[in-house]
Design a protein around this ligand. Structure first.
Ligand code: CA
Length: 245
């Protein structure tokens, strides 16, 4: 039975499995303060139960837990959740532990003490490479004569390549994933830019304007459009409008 996220698909959720009160609280509040949904488990058993109960994008896993060895938790998490990002947190800087952790299924590790900003940067880098719903969003999407291929990172208009900057492409892919559906500015900021989207959102307007220009330039017959266009929904966000039949 698949676990569901209570936060919706746009928010990145992180499970912290850490028995140290100070470190656990620091991570839990730090993640929440940076736009992530975060849960905190203090034991391995509780962490595994949390992971089974709700969908998480990433787990921060302490290796020295009071009940189950962190390596075994990592192994179990990897077996149950093949797509989960697992970052082990270890005070043991011995190379052998790091290797064993990666062999147990972890994607990355951080040696304590580490700074929150380094941790957040690592998370962002990993999650960019590994979209949460990779299986559904990485297939090519066709809207009218527009093809958006997230796996190949290509955009085609009636088979001709449309050159897009990285953020323009990601923005288009986010909208094309749900044509005809309103997508809020917050959702787009969280999906296309870092999860840390509390700052000004002018960058979204600038990128959106550039993306629209490129789509308009790629339209061969503006009288009978075959490409979708992007509608602005005042006070909410945007919607990719399929061309008329
Ligand atoms: Ca510990």
């Amino acid at each position: 039975m698949p676990a569901h996220s209570p936060y919706g698909p746009a928010v990145t959720s992180v499970l912290v499995i850490e028995d140290d009160e100070v470190i656990g609280r620091h991570l839990h509040t730090g993640l929440r303060g940076n736009g992530y949904a975060a849960n905190w488990s203090r034991t391995g058993a509780n962490g595994l139960a949390e992971a089974a109960h709700r969908r998480h994008d990433a787990v921060l896993l302490d290796l020295g837990l009071p009940d189950i060895d962190g390596m075994d938790v990592a192994r179990q998490l990897r077996a149950d959740h093949p797509d989960l990002l697992i970052v082990i947190l270890t005070a043991r800087s011995d190379e052998i532990d790091v290797i064993a952790g990666l062999d147990a299924g972890a994607d990355d590790y951080l040696v304590k003490p580490f700074s929150l900003s380094v941790l957040l940067a690592r998370l962002r880098a990993h999650l960019r490479r590994r979209p949460a719903d990779a299986h559904t969003t990485r297939r090519p999407i066709q809207v009218g004569d527009l093809t958006v291929d997230p796996a190949a990172r290509r955009c085609l208009a009636a088979g001709r390549e449309v050159a897009l900057r990285p953020k323009e492409f990601e923005l288009l892919a986010a909208l094309a994933g749900q044509p005809g559906i309103a997508v809020s500015r917050e959702e787009l900021m969280a999906q296309v830019w870092d999860a840390n989207w509390f700052g000004p959102t002018k960058t979204l307007d600038v990128t959106m304007a550039a993306l629209r220009r490129r789509l308009e330039a790629a339209e061969t017959n503006p009288e009978q459009p075959r490409l979708p266009h992007i509608a602005t929904l005042r006070g909410h966000g945007y919607r990719l409008e399929p061309p008329p039949d």
